[in-house]
Write a protein that binds this ligand. Structure first.
Ligand code: 5GP
Ligand code: MG
Length: 183
């Protein structure tokens, strides 16, 4: 069985952010989020963009002391390291959004196309507010003017895996965030 450690040794995977730094930053994000919503009367609804954000979301929501709803919305934009056209979002399962505070959780913001389409779709459900939290923000030209309300780390334009982020569904179980060298 190939071990992830072997791919780190060979240079295929290159450490970018270790597990401890990621966990520390998630604790920081949770504090920012708690501070922001603490005095809100209306309920919080978390919409997590599966599958990439699953692990980040699991860690983050367990640090939030609020009674909240949690939805996972399936969106996928990458096949290998190539971008593909997204499938239309199915929001049929999102119930009780009207007049609630929606927090969209994603693993990484690249061109911002995904967040933009999710925000536009969720707006049709008439929430009170829509905010965004991403673990990573890539330093690339954004296609849309999206505000990242809470952001873990700014990174350069590299393809990363680990901590839920995949390449063809591999590497999600890597505890650190690594750059994937495909060449
Ligand atoms: P955007 O629509 O902002 O261009 O792309 C965002 C989505 O593409 C993210 O939710 C993520 O699923 C995927 N993505 C973007 N960059 C990366 C990356 O470096 N690694 C991985 N694994 N996925 C990425
Ligand atoms: Mg994603």
């Amino acid at each position: 069985m190939t071990k992830l450690q072997d791919e780190i040794k060979s240079g295929k995977l290159q450490l970018l952010l270790d597990h401890n730094s990621v966990q520390n930053r998630i604790r920081g994000l949770a504090k920012e989020i708690i501070h922001f919503y603490e005095w809100e009367k209306n309920e919080l609804v978390i919409v997590s963009l599966a599958d990439g954000a699953n692990i980040f979301t699991s860690d983050l929501v367990r640090l939030l002391p609020f009674k909240l709803k949690l939805y996972f919305l399936k969106v996928s934009t990458y096949e290998g390291t190539n971008k593909i056209t997204k499938s239309v979002l199915n929001i049929d399962g999102l119930i009780g959004i009207e007049n609630r505070n929606v927090l969209i959780v994603d693993d990484i913001c690249d061109t911002s196309e995904t967040l933009n389409s999710v925000i536009e779709t969720i707006k049709t459900l008439k929430p009170k507010t829509i905010k965004t939290v991403v673990l990573l923000n890539k330093n690339v030209k954004k296609e849309f003017d999206i505000k990242l309300d809470f952001c873990g780390f700014n990174i350069s334009n590299v393809f990363v895996v680990g901590f839920g982020l995949d390449h063809n569904n591999y590497y999600r179980n890597l505890v650190d965030i690594c750059i994937l060298n495909t060449g």
